[in-house]
Design a protein around this ligand. Structure first.
Ligand SMILES: Nc1ncnc2c1ncn2[C@@H]1O[C@H](COP(=O)(O)OP(=O)(O)O)[C@@H](O)[C@H]1O
Ligand SMILES: [Mg+2]
Length: 461
């Protein structure tokens, strides 16, 4: 069996429409009808109905839905539950991490790599918050219980969410719930369910032919002296609702079997392709890099004995390379502080300078329209805030001068300098090339843009 779940999300912005009753009992019916099929359930609500229904004593807790969202593998969080249904325990702390969930695709990714198989049912809170949006995006099938006109009007937002994300509306259907069959109307729509269905169809919403009746027996299943919540399958077998759940589960099992690739599997393939694309760009950037120190020529990438301290790149991207730490500090000592004698590695002044350089972005910009040529030397902090600026002689042709570094990084074939600047950005000693990885490189590119904007405002005077 595949290690991807087929996801059924139960959602509605209205409370009290029967979401949790539908989610929990559906899990039990699906499992009862197909014993070999793993069926799991989780809830983003904080009322712990799932936990009280499925909890089996004697199991050490292994985390909750909170841990799932914090990237713990889903299959490790599944607890064996009653009626053969696995569950991931609920959490009271979801509200606190909501803000850190970046976008509606997080859960889809987590489920794609969760290792959970079979069918996974997700119960949601009665609001279209980021968790519900994630549960909708991850779903192969969404069921929206509606019991009256307000709940029907409300589901417009879920349909809009589907359209916005380019998802297939065919996987989304309303199911009339809590239908009181004693209520009859005069006119074309004889009862609640046909009225709801007619309104749904009128608004372009798909509505199931199936419906769930309101039953006093079902209502009583969570009111008993034991404080338990009993399943319809075991405690209300003789009701219409039992027949309806049997039929609904049969239909959903059919849809499950007819789905060759659940969304989690497609998402995983997409992730792999996306990774590949990122890796390609990453290797592309890496392969254009000079693996030797721009100043002295020593090899400086990971596993080399010399340590790179900064990545340097020409503003037009035509040069990318590293500088070795000792070499770069010697260069700064000589050009900025006029110290040309050997300063020992354990010299305190050198240590302070090395430390500060590790948190500083340096920019060299040649200024050629002023006779001899100078270099505009800037220091920025890691966020691109200017720290200092000064002009120094360019001294092209002199060993260890600004001019020589700029010829290597900004020089054309004839040794002439192009317009632009060179940026020196601190890198990690352990993995200097990680500056080329997607997020780091994007950050660097943004910083470079900010600095370029600031430099545009300055001239050689
Ligand atoms: N088919 C039904 N017949 C009668 N009462 C029901 C039925 N389904 C749910 N209920 C009751 O309706 C209330 C709301 O149901 P619940 O599943 O908690 O809705 P939601 O999760 O949408 O808030 C609960 O008290 C539940 O026992
Ligand atoms: Mg609920």
């Amino acid at each position: 069996m595949n290690n991807y779940p087929y996801v059924i999300t139960i959602s509605s912005e209205k409370g009290g429409v029967g979401k949790t009753t539908l989610a929990t009992n559906l899990a039990i019916y699906l499992k009862a009808m197909h014993e070999d099929l793993p069926v799991s359930i989780l809830s983003f609500d904080n009322h712990f109905t799932v936990d009280s229904m499925f909890e089996l004593g004697g199991q050490a807790p292994r985390g909750s839905v909170l841990d799932l969202l914090l990237e713990m593998p889903g299959s490790q969080l599944l607890h064996t539950g009653q009626y053969g249904v696995n569950y991931i325990p609920s959490s009271l702390e979801l509200a606190e991490i909501k803000g850190s969930i970046k976008g509606p695709m997080v859960l889809a990714r987590l489920l794609a790599i969760s290792g959970i198989s079979g069918i996974l049912i997700i119960d949601t809170r009665p609001e279209l918050d980021i968790l519900t949006r994630n549960a909708l995006f991850a779903a192969d099938r969404v069921l929206i219980p509606v019991k009256d006109m307000p709940s029907l009007e409300n589901c417009r937002h879920i349909f809009q969410e589907f359209d916005k994300r380019g998802m297939d509306r065919r996987n989304l259907s309303l199911i009339p719930c809590l239908i009181d069959e004693r209520i009859k109307y005069d006119g074309p729509f004889k009862d609640q369910k046909s009225l709801l269905r007619a309104f749904a169809i009128n608004r372009g919403f798909r509505c199931m032919d199936l419906f769930i009746s309101k039953s006093p027996k079902v209502e009583s299943l969570n009111t008993n002296p034991e404080g338990k919540i009993y399943p319809i399958l075991t405690h209300a077998r003789w009701t219409d609702v039992h027949q309806q759940f049997t039929q609904l589960s049969g239909e959903l099992l059919q849809a499950y079997r007819a789905t060759a690739e659940p969304r989690a599997s497609l998402f995983r393939q997409w992730l792999a392709a996306e990774e590949g694309r990122k890796k390609e760009a990453y290797f592309g950037r890496l392969s254009g890099l000079r693996p030797h120190c721009t100043l002295c020529g020593k090899p400086v990438l990971a596993n080399d004995s010399a340590r790179a301290s900064h990545y340097c790149e020409a503003s037009d991207g035509s040069f990318g390379g590293f500088v070795e730490q000792k070499c770069f500090i010697d260069f700064i000592l000589a050009t900025i502080f006029n110290v040309t004698r050997e300063v020992p590695e354990d010299d305190p002044g050198r240590a302070v300078l090395t430390d500060a350089a590790g948190k500083t972005v340096f920019v060299f910009r040649p200024m050629l329209d002023n006779g001899a040529g100078t270099v505009d030397f800037h220091r920025f902090d890691m966020e691109g805030k200017p720290l200092s600026r000064k002009e120094y002689p360019l001294d092209i042709g002199t060993a260890g001068s600004f001019g020589n570094v700029l010829v290597k990084t900004l020089g054309n074939e004839e040794g002439k300098l192009r317009d632009g600047f060179v940026i020196f950005h601190p890198v990690s000693h352990e993995a200097p090339e990680s500056i080329m990885a997607e997020d780091n490189y994007r950050r660097l590119a943004k910083l470079k843009g900010q600095i370029a904007e600031q430099l545009m405002g300055t001239t050689g005077d």
